[in-house]
Design a protein around this ligand. Structure first.
Ligand code: BGC
Length: 348
């Protein structure tokens, strides 16, 4: 149960106002959200030296609009990549805008991220953002009515619940793309964090980060996080899959995924004594180590350097529309795509 207040955050370049919603729990943890992109703008954890900001991102609307690498964003309607920017449904081919290298479609071309969502705040402080997309935007089929609800518990659990329904059969796969640094947003890289992933298989990719088909075991590779390892221990190993992506940027297949809320990952920072556990109902999680961050200016005007934050993006597997062997995220007209992901913050 959180107390939620709203305030103006800034303006977009076309003059529209961005509103910030801050949920605070009884322990003094504060999570701020924006109606623009349904972003997680900030997560402040109570800490010995004062509140600790554990998300890497922006404190100005211009950052979210113009300097974003999806910091805190909701990505959709199809997060991650679609190979060749095309797929078929019932024998009809859909050609999408290819916003990455002119070849692939990434994060729905930023559609969800760069939209002003409608907002409703519930009596328990939960915040629901809603956006109904027009059918065919960026070539993508379906007028999808998407709702994303953030709720903060007194137990340090930030829950994100997605409920999307389309007027025609289509693929649906939203995610949240927060970059975390449990040492604090300006504490340097995340290489000394330890990570555990409850995933004994991953989806191997090609040079465009598109799955090549099927899954492979992580055992015996630097992608094996079934026991905790420092992120930096093997990130630059001479291993084909890591060379292709410049470090960890892979979808991991969550062991035993069955649609119920399961622990997918946990990350720890020894310097601050903080741990984040990630639970999800979804079958996959993209572990992205921030390899492509290039020093763009973020919060307090500080540069967001390579690997200064990591993402654990819960999702259906990338390129599922072209991979019938992957768990399906094709939904009929009127069928709801519902999922939940929880980021839980605890002191170790
Ligand atoms: C992708 C990265 C990409 C990042 C920002 C992640 O989900 O896996 O390859 O650079 O998003 O767009």
């Amino acid at each position: 149960m959180a107390k939620t207040v709203s305030a103006a955050f800034g303006r977009l370049s076309d003059g529209r106002t961005v509103t910030k919603y801050t949920m605070e729990n009884r322990g003094g943890m504060r999570v701020s959200l924006l109606d623009y992109g349904a972003h997680v703008q900030s997560i402040l954890l109570p800490h010995s030296g004062g509140p600790l900001e554990v998300t890497v991102g922006f404190d100005d609307a211009d950052g979210f609009e113009n300097r974003s690498n999806y910091q805190g964003a909701i990505a959709g309607p199809y997060a991650n990549r679609i190979g060749g920017g095309r797929f078929e449904i019932d024998g009809v081919e859909y050609r999408l805008d290819q916003n990455e290298k002119g070849v692939t479609t990434l994060h729905g071309c930023g559609e969800y991220t760069h939209t002003l969502w409608e907002t409703a705040v519930a009596d328990d402080g939960a915040v629901t953002f809603r956006y109904v997309r027009p059918d065919g935007l960026h070539g993508y089929p379906g007028a999808i009515d998407a709702r994303v609800t953030y709720a903060l518990g007194d137990d340090g659990r930030l829950s994100i619940r997605y409920d999307c329904v389309s007027d025609r059969k289509t693929y649906i796969n939203p995610t949240n793309h927060t970059y975390f640094n449990l040492g604090g947003f300006d504490s340097g890289d995340i290489l000394s964090h330890t990570l555990q992933l409850n995933a004994s298989r991953f989806t191997p990719v090609d040079e465009y980060s598109i799955p090549t088909g099927g899954t492979l075991p992580v055992a015996g590779t630097p992608l094996d996080f079934t026991a905790p390892h420092a992120i930096g221990e093997r990130i630059d190993a001479d291993f084909g899959q890591l060379r292709l992506t410049g470090g960890y940027d892979h979808n991991f297949c969550i062991d035993g995924a069955d649609g119920t809320l399961r622990e997918a990952a946990s990350a720890e920072c020894a310097a601050t004594g903080l741990r984040m556990n990630v639970y999800t109902t979804l079958p996959g999680v993209q572990f992205y180590a921030g390899n492509f961050l290039k020093g763009g200016l973020g919060r307090e005007g500080k540069p967001m350097n390579r690997r200064c934050g990591f993402c654990l993006e819960t999702q259906y597997y990338p390129d599922t529309p072209n991979r019938p062997e992957f768990p399906s995220c094709l939904f009929d007209a009127g069928e709801h795509c519902v999922s939940e992901t929880v980021y839980e913050f605890v002191r170790i």
